[in-house]
Write a protein that binds this ligand. Structure first.
Ligand SMILES: [Zn+2]
Length: 112
């Protein structure tokens, strides 16, 4: 199984030009955080999705734990409903995000 820790090894906020992670916040641009690279002075933005990377990691980590429990047969897998007794809604509810958001993240990171 793909582990979350590996997915986020690469910092998406690195400078797209020189890959330096030395950056300064440089205001916002159309709702996106703007950065200026401290190395090559290149200005760039990263998309602002409303949730922090840390939160996403925690949610997806919880999701993976659930998948492991299902595989080990420690939580019943309900017939016709993938995911067993711990629903995506329940996972999202713990962190204050919707089940749709959880599913989107899961699909986007290819964890399923
Ligand atoms: Zn740079």
């Amino acid at each position: 199984m793909k582990r979350i820790a590996n997915i986020f090894k690469e910092d998406p906020k690195r400078c797209p030009k020189c890959k330096s992670d030395k950056r300064c916040k440089n205001g916002f641009n159309y709702g996106r955080q703007r950065f200026r690279c401290a190395n090559c002075r290149y200005n760039y933005t990263v998309s602002y999705q409303g949730y922090s990377q840390e939160l996403k990691v925690e949610v997806l980590d919880f999701y993976q734990l659930r998948q492991e429990l299902i595989e080990e047969g420690k939580t019943p897998k309900r017939k016709g409903k993938e995911g067993g007794s711990i629903t995506l809604k329940a996972i999202g509810g713990v962190y204050g995000v919707s089940d749709v958001t959880v599913l989107n993240w899961v699909r986007k990171e290819g964890i399923e």
